[in-house]
Write a protein that binds this ligand. Structure first.
Ligand SMILES: [Zn+2]
Length: 182
């Protein structure tokens, strides 16, 4: 760290302590050339993740927006909001850990699905229907089968409900209900 007075590059640390409720470390330093004392702060760098949307537009990753979308598709599934919040936080941490700082909305959708598949089948199907833009019953059936195969491969004994009531809602405009039978 350059000394603000003489621009010398070496300083020694006199004191380090936690600051901003643990979010940074404050260091008291002394220039090894002119003995000027100054303070530095060390913080974690949070990288902005850029999401590339379906239409090619870019926007920065927004945790609360993702959470709102997931909460909407998980309405009346009995999943606690805190559980969904934990999912979004997990995704955020995973994205921060990636070397790439750009991700497509489709990739995010797949990550969400992989998390939801372990929580609720109905939530999984609903979320898939919105983000994969299901066109008809065929898409629901294919996704249900895919989910079933995943479970079979993992050796789960759980089976899908005989009949799943799935409501598909997009932007509050187009609302229809599909009844899917295995
Ligand atoms: Zn100095």
């Amino acid at each position: 760290m350059l000394c603000p007075i003489c621009q010398y590059t070496n300083s020694r640390v006199l004191e380090s302590r936690s600051a901003e409720s643990g979010k940074s470390i404050r260091r008291r330093r002394e220039c090894m050339n002119c003995q000027h004392r100054f303070t530095t702060y060390e913080r974690i760098e949070f990288v902005t993740i850029t999401v590339i949307k379906r239409d090619g537009k870019k926007e920065s990753f927004n945790k609360s927006k993702l959470l709102r979308g997931i909460i909407r598709s998980c309405e009346k599934t009995g999943i606690e909001a805190s559980q969904l919040e934990a999912v979004v936080n997990q995704i955020y941490v995973e994205l921060q850990g990636r070397s790439q700082k750009e991700i497509t909305s489709a990739e995010i959708g797949e990550i969400v699905l992989s998390k939801l598949s372990g929580i609720s089948e109905v939530a999984y199907i609903r979320f898939a229907s919105v983000y994969r833009k299901f066109q008809g019953i065929r898409d629901f059936v294919d996704t249900l089968n895919h989910l079933q195969n995943q479970k079979d491969n993992l050796g789960f004994t759980a089976t899908l409900p005989q009949s799943s009531e799935i409501s598909l809602q997009q932007d509050g405009l187009d609302c229809k209900t599909a009844k899917v039978r295995n």
